[in-house]
Ligand binder design. Structure first.
Ligand code: 8OZ
Length: 370
């Protein structure tokens, strides 16, 4: 226990000085413009949230084939790089720091969303339960096409090129999205990976894809500017693993060798338990991962301060609270009321429910306390 550490303590993240330990979690908002290009509305949204110790910008597809939802931004075209530059400039002007989350959805897509209507790709041809979110509403997931072994270096190269593009767009670092049932997670877990080549079977083989991506991205960025996100207990996107403690304990240990900026853990939710997920206590990861740990999972000021004071984590990420409260650090510091988030405007649309949540001032309308 270290009672001197709380959400408002500064943190040295590699050579980046974070003024507080409050991280804005990556949040899919589906508000890119034509061509999945970030635009001034997105710059305003992130700029409003620049008082976070660190912003992790939303999941961003590394290639057209990596997209799984309408209007999510990409980082594969020159227009997207220019669009993201508007965002990073705006955040830096406000004194903030911003990483980009690099994303390939793998099987969590639909031909309607993909170039020439191709099938989504995955480690194995296993159909996810559930429905894809297409431009015409929800449609049942299709059976993905299993990647040939010879295609895997090309996907790793897409991550490397996206990392180059993120650097050109002025980000302070990148987070590799290895969580929530997308392509990397599909390789890690044996419920979605039934390959018989060197990328499947043993956990050493299943983690190889992530390892090669980390190697590629850290060939572009200093390793201290690269984070990885994992969801060891997650069931979202129909995920399961027969030995999750072994899978994620091993993965955390493999990541130690890269001297990364951080490991970011999406912790389990009630829904994960209901869907039969195995809750993996974050301390299990903490005991195995030697670097900076970010936790994300419904924290409040009180529980966030406690997890830091108990040294169970180094930084705490907030998602929904940041959607509704652009000035979240100030509100938490002053114990000010919090704006109520509106789930109807989480995904898609314009400024409503995106850039119009008010900043707190003593004269504000009384807000609903969560
Ligand atoms: C919610 C809706 C769409 C995408 C994730 C990128 O779970 C997402 C996501 C979340 O990581």
């Amino acid at each position: 226990m270290n009672n001197n550490i709380n959400l408002f303590s500064p943190y040295q993240l590699g050579d980046l000085e974070l003024p507080n330990r409050i991280v804005m979690a990556p949040l899919t908002r589906q508000r890119a413009s034509e061509g999945n290009v970030p635009h001034s509305l997105n710059a305003t949204y992130y700029e409003q949230r620049a008082s976070a110790g660190l912003i992790i910008a939303e999941a961003t597809q590394i290639s057209p084939e990596g997209q799984g939802y309408p209007n999510t931004p990409g980082i594969h075209s020159p227009e997207q790089v220019a669009g993201w530059k508007l965002v990073t400039d705006a955040v830096h002007q406000q004194g903030g720091r911003i990483f980009l989350q690099l994303w390939h959805v793998g099987r969590i897509s639909h031909p309607d969303l993909l170039p020439n209507g191709v099938l989504p790709i995955a480690p194995s041809a296993i159909t996810p339960q559930g429905q894809a979110f297409t431009n015409e509403g929800f449609k049942p997931f299709v059976t993905p096409r299993a990647l040939e072994t010879s295609e895997i270096p090309g996907i790793v190269e897409q991550y490397r090129q996206a990392a180059v593009n993120a650097l050109a767009a002025g980000f302070d670092g990148v987070e590799i999205h290895g969580a929530n049932g997308y392509l990397i997670d599909q390789f890690l877990r044996d419920g979605t990976n039934q390959r018989t080549d060197e990328y499947g079977g043993s956990i050493e083989n299943r983690v190889r894809f992530l390892q090669e991506i980390v190697e590629a991205v850290t060939s572009v960025w200093d390793s201290k500017r690269v984070g990885v996100r994992l969801s060891p207990s997650g069931t979202f996107n129909d995920m399961r693993d027969s030995h999750p403690f072994e899978t994620f304990g091993y993965t955390a240990q493999v990541l130690n060798q890269f001297d990364l900026a951080y490991l970011h853990i999406t912790e389990y939710t009630d829904a994960d338990i209901r869907y039969g997920g195995t809750p993996i206590p974050t301390n299990y990861i903490r005991e195995r991962y030697t670097g900076t740990l970010i936790v994300c999972g419904g924290y409040t000021a009180e529980t966030g301060n406690a997890v830091l004071a108990n040294q169970q984590a180094d930084l705490v990420a907030f998602g929904i609270l940041f959607i509704a409260n652009p000035d979240l650090p100030r509100r938490l510091a002053l114990n000010a009321p919090l704006n109520q988030p509106n789930p109807k405007t989480f995904y898609g649309g314009g400024e409503q429910g995106y850039t119009d949540y008010p900043f707190w001032s003593p004269a504000s309308e009384p807000a609903v306390n969560l």
